[in-house]
Design a protein around this ligand. Structure first.
Ligand code: WTA
Length: 647
C-alpha cells in the first residue's frame, strides 16, 4: 500500500530547465490574484491575433446574467495559429508523425505540407458549399488527415463535430441530427489492432436517418471497395488536386464556435459541448507548453483518439499551436504485441508520452520485459489522463517506464474544461502517486458538501470550480438552458464538475471519481442512462438499470440489471444477444461486462430507482446497502443480492 506520505520531489535538473519552476508557479499564483486581467492577457498573447483583444474576461455564473466570454473583441484564426505562423521558421520541420496500425508503416507531414493539405481540404469544403458557421461531422480513423480535416474546418470557420470511430451508425445519426450538420468527412475504412473498421458503411447506415446530409467527403485509406452514392459522395483523392493549394484563413471572433464534441452526462442524450475560438486555443496552447514543459524539436505523443477531447486538445490543437511535433498512432497498445507502445517510442524518439491509466494497467499485466527490452532513453516526461490512476499503476509507470527518473503529470480535466485544470507542473510540483496535485494558476477549485457549503482544509467532498478559465465550454449546442441547469444550478454560482474529490493537508487534490451517473470505462466516458435506453429498446427488455463497478483493467466496468418482459425466458443466449445489441446501438466500448437478470428493481414508493443500492450490490459491498425499508418492495433487494453476478 502507498500512503499519502510518499512524495517524489522535483528532479533538480528538470526544475532548472523547466518553463515553470516552483518560484515561477508561486509568482503566477500571486500575479493572477493581483492582476488577473494582465495574467490572462499574457496567456492570450501566446497566440497570433488579427485584432488583439482589449476585453479580457466577462463572466457571471449567476442565473440572472449568466455569461462566459473571454477575449470577446479579439479576432484570430485557429488554423493560422497552428500552421501559418510557424511557416517562416519551421516550414520543413515535422508537424505530424504518423505511425500506422501495422508496424513498419509510418510517415511524416512537415508544417509546409500540413499547410498545403489543410488549404486544399478547406478549398474542397468551400467548393462543396460549406460556409462559416456550418457544422461538419468528422468520422475518421486516427490518421493525419483527421487533424487536416479539423484544421480545414477551422480555416474556413466551419464548426467541426468529430465522432469517435468506435460509435455505431445510430450514435452517429444522433450526433448529426442534434447539430443539423449537412456535411460528413469519413474514410473507406479504418484499421485497429489488425482489424478493419467499416467507417463508410457505418456512415451510409447513419445517413438513412439523415436525408438532409447532402455531401460526404470520403478519404481512400485502406483502398477497400466501398459503394459510392452518386451526387452525394466525393473522394478526397479525386478532388484534392482540382483546388488551389492556398486558402486564406477566415478571420474569426474569439467567441465564434470552433467545435462541438458530444459527451455523456448523467441524464438524457449526449450533450454537444461547444468550445469557442480564442479562449479554447489559448488554454490548449498554454497548458500544453506549461504542463508538458514542451521544448522545440521534441516529439510529443498523446495516445488518445481525436474522437475524444484529449485528442482535440493534445494531439492536434495544443501541440500545433506551439509549433510542436505530434505523433498520431492509428493502432492499439497490444497489437501486434504488448511491446508496441514502447517500440514506437524508440522508433520515433518520443520525448513526452501521455496515455490513460487503463492502457497502463493492461500493459502492466503483461510483464515488465515488454517494456524493458526497449531503450526508452528518449523519454523525458510521462503523463496520465482520463480517470484516476491507482498508485500501483502510477508506481509501475514511474519505475518500469520512467526508470525512477521521469516525472508523471497526472492531469485532471474534462471535455467541458477544454484543457487541464488540476495537474502537477513537472518543474514545480512534488508528486504523490494517485494525486492530480494542485490547480493551475487562475483555476479555483473548492470542495463542497451536499448543500454546497465550502469545506476547508483536509477534507472530502464534491469538486466545484468557482471561477472561469479561458478554455471553459460556452454552451450545450442548441440548449443553453441545459448548459446552465447541468453545471451551474446544483451549487448556484459555481461550476459543478460531477467529480468527488479529497484534499489532503498539503492542499493536494485526489479525484475519487464521478458522483453522478457517468461512468468511466477504459477511459471512455459513458452515461448509464444511454446504456439503459439502448437496453430497453430491445424487444425483450421491460426495464434496465446500469451502474459502474470497479474493474481491474478498465477502471470501471458496466454492470446492467435487466428486467425482462413477461413470458420472456432469461437464457445465456439472450444475455449474449443483449451485449451485442448494446455494441450495435452505441458502440463496442459500451457493451455491458455483466448482465444480471432482475425480476424487480429497488424503487422508492414514488417509483424512483435506488441506484445507490444497485451500485453497492455491483461493487459487492453488501454490508453497506443502507436503509432499504423505504423501498416499495424491500424483498427485491434480497433477490438481487442472492443472484448477484460474480465480478
Ligand atoms: C475523469 C477527459 C482522475 C473525471 C479529459 C472527469 C480523471 C472525467 C482524470 C472527464 C484524472 C479525467 N484523474 N479522474 N487525471 N482525468 N478524469 O470528459 O471523472 O472524457 O470528470 O475528459 O474523467 O472525462 P472526459
Amino acid at each position: 500500500m502507498v500512503s499519502d506520505g510518499q512524495v517524489f520531489p522535483v528532479p533538480a535538473d528538470l526544475a532548472r530547465d523547466a518553463h515553470i519552476d516552483a518560484a515561477a508557479y508561486d509568482a503566477a499564483l500571486a500575479r493572477v490574484e493581483a492582476d488577473p486581467e494582465g495574467y490572462w492577457r499574457d496567456i492570450a498573447a501566446r497566440l497570433d491575433w488579427i485584432t488583439p483583444p482589449t476585453k479580457i474576461k466577462d463572466v457571471s455564473y449567476a442565473k440572472e446574467d449568466f455569461r462566459i466570454r473571454w477575449y470577446e473583441d479579439g479576432v484570430l484564426n485557429v488554423s493560422a495559429n497552428c500552421i501559418d505562423r510557424h511557416l517562416p521558421a519551421k516550414k520543413d520541420d515535422v508537424a505530424l508523425v504518423f505511425e500506422g496500425d501495422e508496424p513498419g508503416t509510418s510517415s511524416t507531414l512537415t508544417y509546409g505540407q500540413l499547410h498545403e493539405e489543410v488549404c486544399r481540404m478547406a478549398n474542397v469544403l468551400k467548393a462543396q458549399g460549406v460556409k462559416k458557421g456550418d457544422r461538419v461531422t468528422i468520422y475518421l480513423p486516427m490518421v493525419p488527415l483527421a487533424a487536416v480535416a479539423m484544421l480545414a474546418c477551422a480555416r474556413i470557420g466551419a464548426v467541426h463535430s468529430v465522432v469517435f470511430g468506435g460509435f455505431s451508425p445510430d450514435s452517429i445519426a444522433g450526433r448529426i441530427q442534434d447539430c443539423a450538420s449537412h456535411f460528413v468527412i469519413t474514410a473507406d475504412e479504418g484499421r485497429r489492432g489488425g482489424r478493419r473498421v467499416p467507417l463508410k458503411a457505418n456512415i451510409d447506415e447513419a445517413l438513412k436517418h439523415c436525408p438532409w446530409v447532402g455531401k460526404v467527403l470520403m478519404i481512400r485509406w485502406t483502398g477497400a471497395d466501398v459503394p459510392l452514392k452518386a451526387g452525394r459522395d466525393i473522394v478526397w483523392q479525386d478532388v484534392r488536386d482540382t483546388v488551389s493549394a492556398d486558402c486564406p484563413p477566415e478571420p474569426m471572433n474569439a467567441e465564434d464556435p470552433l467545435f462541438i464534441l458530444y459527451t455523456s452526462g448523467s441524464t438524457g442524450k449526449p450533450k454537444g459541448v461547444l468550445h469557442t475560438t480564442g479562449g479554447y486555443l489559448a488554454w490548449a496552447s498554454w497548458t500544453f507548453w506549461a504542463v508538458f514543459d514542451y521544448k522545440p524539436g521534441e516529439v510529443f505523443w498523446c495516445t488518445a483518439d481525436v474522437g475524444w477531447v484529449t485528442g482535440h486538445s493534445y494531439v492536434v490543437y495544443g501541440p500545433l499551436a506551439n509549433g510542436g511535433t505530434s505523433l498520431i498512432f492509428e493502432g492499439v497498445p497490444n497489437y501486434p504485441t504488448p511491446s508496441r507502445f514502447w517500440e514506437v517510442i524508440d522508433k520515433h524518439q518520443v520525448s513526452i508520452f501521455y496515455t490513460a491509466p487503463t492502457a497502463l494497467r493492461a500493459l502492466m499485466r503483461e510483464g515488465d520485459a515488454h517494456v524493458t527490452k526497449n531503450d526508452l532513453s528518449s523519454l523525458r516526461l510521462l503523463g496520465s489522463v482520463g480517470e484516476p490512476i491507482n498508485p500501483e499503476a502510477w508506481l509501475w509507470y514511474h519505475r518500469v517506464v520512467g526508470k525512477e527518473k521521469l516525472p508523471i503529470v497526472d492531469t485532471w480535466w474534462q471535455t467541458e474544461t477544454g484543457g487541464m485544470l488540476i495537474t502537477p507542473l513537472p518543474g514545480a510540483t512534488a508528486l504523490k502517486p494517485g494525486s492530480a496535485s494542485k490547480p493551475l494558476p487562475g483555476v479555483k477549485p473548492q470542495l463542497v458538501d451536499a448543500e454546497g457549503k465550502f469545506l476547508d482544509g483536509a477534507t472530502e467532498g464534491n469538486l466545484v470550480i468557482t471561477d472561469s478559465w479561458p478554455g471553459q465550454m460556452r454552451t450545450v449546442y442548441g440548449d443553453h438552458q441545459r448548459f446552465f441547469e447541468t453545471y451551474f444550478s446544483t451549487y448556484p454560482g459555481k461550476y459543478f464538475t460531477g467529480d468527488g474529490c479529497r484534499r489532503d493537508a498539503d492542499g493536494y487534490y485526489w479525484i475519487t471519481g464521478r458522483v453522478d451517473d457517468v461512468i468511466n470505462v477504459s477511459g471512455h466516458r459513458l452515461g448509464t442512462a444511454e446504456i439503459e435506453s439502448a437496453l430497453v429498446a430491445h424487444e425483450t427488455v421491460a426495464e434496465a438499470a446500469v451502474v459502474g463497478y470497479p474493474h481491474d483493467i478498465k477502471g470501471q466496468g458496466v454492470y446492467a440489471y435487466v428486467t425482462l418482459k413477461a413470458g420472456i425466458e432469461a437464457t445465456d443466449a439472450l444475455r449474449k444477444d443483449l451485449v451485442l445489441w448494446v455494441r450495435h446501438e452505441i458502440g463496442p466500448f459500451a457493451a455491458p461486462d455483466v448482465i444480471q437478470w432482475a425480476p424487480g428493481l429497488p424503487k422508492t414508493r414514488s417509483g424512483k430507482i435506488m441506484r445507490r443500492i444497485l451500485r453497492k450490490i455491483a461493487e459487492n459491498e453488501l454490508g453497506s446497502l443502507g436503509d432499504t425499508s423505504t423501498l416499495a418492495d424491500p424483498s427485491v433487494v434480497d433477490d438481487l443480492v442472492k443472484n448477484r453476478a460474480g465480478t
